[in-house]
Design a binder for this molecule. Structure first.
Ligand SMILES: [Zn+2]
Length: 96
C-alpha cells in the first residue's frame, strides 16, 4: 500500500550520508549561525519611491564570523574532491 502524495508537494528521498559538509572557507569550521544584514535601498532605486531597509538572512561562521559564501565553499569543495584531492587533502593553505 502506498499513501497518496500530497498535492503540489514533491517527496524527495534524501540520503544524508550521500551529502557533503560545507565548511567555512577561512577556518574550515562546519558550523554556522543565522544572522541578518540590513540593506538600505535608496528612494531612487526603491519601487515604492521611499527609502527602505531590507533585512537579508546570511550565515555566519560560528568560529571566525566570516559570512558564508556558497560560491566560495562550492569551489573549495570541488577543488578538494577534484582529481588532485590526494595532494590537497591534509594540507592547510596559510593565507596571509
Ligand atoms: Zn570561519
Amino acid at each position: 500500500m502506498k499513501a497518496p502524495m500530497p498535492q503540489g508537494q514533491q517527496q524527495m528521498n534524501i540520503d544524508i550520508s550521500q551529502t557533503k559538509d560545507l565548511f567555512c572557507v577561512a577556518c574550515k569550521n562546519p558550523y554556522f549561525k543565522k544572522s541578518l544584514r540590513l540593506k538600505h535601498m535608496s528612494a531612487i532605486l526603491s519601487p515604492s519611491g521611499e527609502a527602505m531597509l531590507i533585512p537579508v538572512e546570511v550565515l555566519i561562521c560560528e568560529k571566525c564570523e566570516k559570512e558564508f559564501n556558497p560560491d566560495e565553499s562550492f569551489k573549495q569543495l570541488s577543488e578538494e574532491t577534484g582529481e588532485s584531492d590526494t595532494e590537497i587533502s591534509g594540507s592547510i593553505v596559510d593565507i596571509k
